[in-house]
Ligand binder design. Structure first.
Ligand SMILES: [Zn+2]
Length: 110
């Protein structure tokens, strides 16, 4: 029972800090982020005195345990999004491959 209420508290905390983008369906985090540098732009929150990545908390909440070797990728490419339907567990290699593909697409657009 206690576990359920903790999960609910976490979910509530996240949901009270997001706005839903009706076009993309993204849950955009409105709280703090990991900054503008390399590895930045991800939503951050405080949980039990620890700073954690919001999308990973959300992933764990929705889909269960995240193996430490796997990474959570944003299918919508919005780092601030924490809609569990937009998150997918991938290997580091797959994540790198996707990053490259997205980079190329970006260059084609420019
Ligand atoms: Zn999204």
């Amino acid at each position: 029972m206690q576990r359920t209420s903790r999960r609910e508290r976490i979910l509530e905390k996240i949901l009270s800090n997001v706005t839903v983008d009706e076009v993309s369906g993204c849950w955009i985090w409105q709280g703090g982020t990991s900054g503008a540098g390399r590895g930045g732009g991800y939503g951050r929150m405080c949980l039990d005195g620890q700073t954690v990545a919001v999308h990973i908390v959300m992933f764990t909440h929705a889909h269960g345990y995240k193996p430490s070797k796997k990474q959570v990728d944003h299918l919508c490419e919005n780092r601030l999004c924490c809609n569990p339907d937009h998150l997918e567990l991938v290997t580091h290699l797959e994540n790198q491959r996707r990053k490259k593909t997205r980079q190329l697409r970006l260059e084609v657009r420019l």
